[in-house]
Design a binder for this molecule. Structure first.
Ligand code: ACO
Length: 434
């Protein structure tokens, strides 16, 4: 924040008057017109549906250059982080601002271990959800329920915040695994102190009374990498929701629960589930008619979109998609599995990238295009894919929430609108209404 500087003034001419607005530049050259006093000075507001041109904050966490395909957290490139750090390292980086040293890492792991259990009463909630409940609905409900079991945040916010962050990071993984067990009708598996974060998650998912789970280093590394790829993405839809809810002084659990709900949608994290469903649809039709799918995606009379393609910010290949594709290849090789859906995905990608419709609109594969294929190979069911995304995105949500709440410019989120409904009119008695 301290490096953001005013570089010049922008001039706005309206109704015969000229106004000067400061222009700021961030450390990576992003420039923004400061309109904070616009309405007070001019009586005007800006109009920007979807906030595509609106900077809602000054942030030190994540930098994206969507034209060049760059993603960095606290200055570190996403490819470097995915290659060389665990998910816990990156979580620590996002939340604390620096990578942990050996002692800090050991302490953080130990805290994760201590806070990995759920209050036993929370287990009973699972019995009340119907069998067909979507895991994202259960995840969101369980996260907000944490605030009823661990309410310290409300009573002693400053001291409780660190512990709340740790609790959330550790318990979300447990909640997710218990959700899977509920769907399978299998007994839950408790976390173990001798396993790493990702080993523990896989063990809680796949260990059964008749099937001992032995951690596989290649799968554990792949899971770590996939979670790292999702860890933060600056002011995306779900992070903006987390901050919007948090801006009213709602607690962190309530804010994260809202973020889970936002992530669920098909245009955001829900796309990873929809990609596999789309690939399965092509596969099950038997014809592998890739061109027909491309034509459907281009047809403006059809609401179908090529899932896992396109991005609000990236106008080139999403750097995370490249890494996800390689992880998928490595995992399938390691497991000695052949997945016909991977072949279909590659054909679809090739056809879309060669098509003028996708070229003109700068539509490239996003992170969701290849992640589901790896989850599928590991044995995670399709309807759990967005839950995996939520586990990955959690440290980003927390870091963004903390930055907002501790910042000097912290304000309740409250956009304005251009009202376009009827002007004032009188109520006609219902006897006289035609
Ligand atoms: N398939 C076909 N056409 C598309 C696609 C797609 N996947 N994505 C965008 N377009 C088209 C739109 O129809 C629009 O065309 P037009 O200019 O002729 O009207 C143009 O490209 C721009 O699209 P917008 O929806 O205006 O772009 P926006 O930035 O608002 O949306 C989004 C980005 C939501 C990701 C969009 O590309 C999409 O729906 N993709 C498919 C869903 C998906 O993969 N979501 C995951 C995103 S990544 C993430 O959340 C982790």
């Amino acid at each position: 924040m301290s490096y953001t500087k005013e570089i010049c003034k922008a001039k706005l001419e309206v109704h015969g008057k000229t106004y000067e607005l400061p222009v700021y530049e961030g450390t990576e050259g992003e420039q923004a017109i400061d309109i904070r006093n616009l309405r007070a000075q001019t009586g005007l507001i800006t109009y920007d549906p979807g906030f595509a041109n609106t900077g809602s904050c000054i942030s030190n966490i994540t930098f994206i250059d969507g034209e060049k395909g760059i993603l960095r957290h606290r200055g570190y490139d996403i490819v470097d982080l995915a290659e060389n750090c665990t998910f816990l390292d990156v979580s620590y980086l996002l939340v604390h601002g620096f990578l942990p040293n050996r002692d800090e890492r050991a302490n953080f792991s130990e805290l994760m271990n201590q806070h990995s259990m759920l209050h036993e009463d929370m287990r009973r909630f699972y019995n009340l959800f119907p069998d067909h409940a979507h895991p994202m609905a259960m995840l969101s409900a369980m996260v907000v329920s944490l605030s009823t079991f661990y309410p310290e945040l409300e009573t002693n916010p400053n001291e409780a915040i660190d512990i709340t962050v740790t609790r959330l990071l550790s318990k979300l993984r447990t909640i997710a695994a218990f959700t899977y067990k509920k769907m399978r009708g299998e007994p839950i598996v408790y976390p173990r102190p001798d396993f790493s974060y990702c080993e523990n998650f896989l063990n809680m998912m796949f260990q059964t009374p008749v099937n001992k789970y032995v951690p596989d280093p290649v799968i554990t590394r792949a899971l770590n990498q996939l979670l790292v790829l999702h860890a933060d993405h600056e002011q995306n839809c779900s992070s903006a929701v987390v901050k919007s809810v948090g801006s009213s002084e709602a607690n962190l659990y309530a804010s994260i629960s809202a973020g889970v709900s936002a992530l669920w949608g098909a245009r955001h994290g829900g796309a990873n589930q929809q990609v596999i469903e789309m690939l399965e649809m092509i596969h099950n039709e038997g014809k592998h008619d890739i061109q027909a799918v491309i034509e459907r995606a281009k047809d403006k009379n059809d609401s179908f979109r090529l899932m896992g393609f396109g991005h609000r910010v990236y106008k080139t290949y999403d750097p995370r998609a490249r890494v996800a594709k390689e992880i998928c290849r490595q995992v399938l090789d390691h497991l000695g599995k052949k997945d016909e859906l991977l072949g279909i995905a590659q054909e679809l990608e090739e056809a879309a990238l060669a098509d003028p419709y996708f070229q003109q609109r700068n539509l490239y594969p996003n992170v969701d295009f290849y992640t589901g294929l790896t989850y599928r190979a590991i044995g995670i069911p399709t309807n759990m894919f967005t839950v995996m995304f939520a586990i990955g995105r959690l440290p980003g949500w927390i870091a963004q929430w903390l930055e907002m709440r501790s910042g000097s410019e912290y304000k309740i989120y409250r956009p304005r609108q251009i009202y376009n409904g009827p002007t004032q009119r009188d109520v006609i008695s219902n006897w006289d209404r035609s």
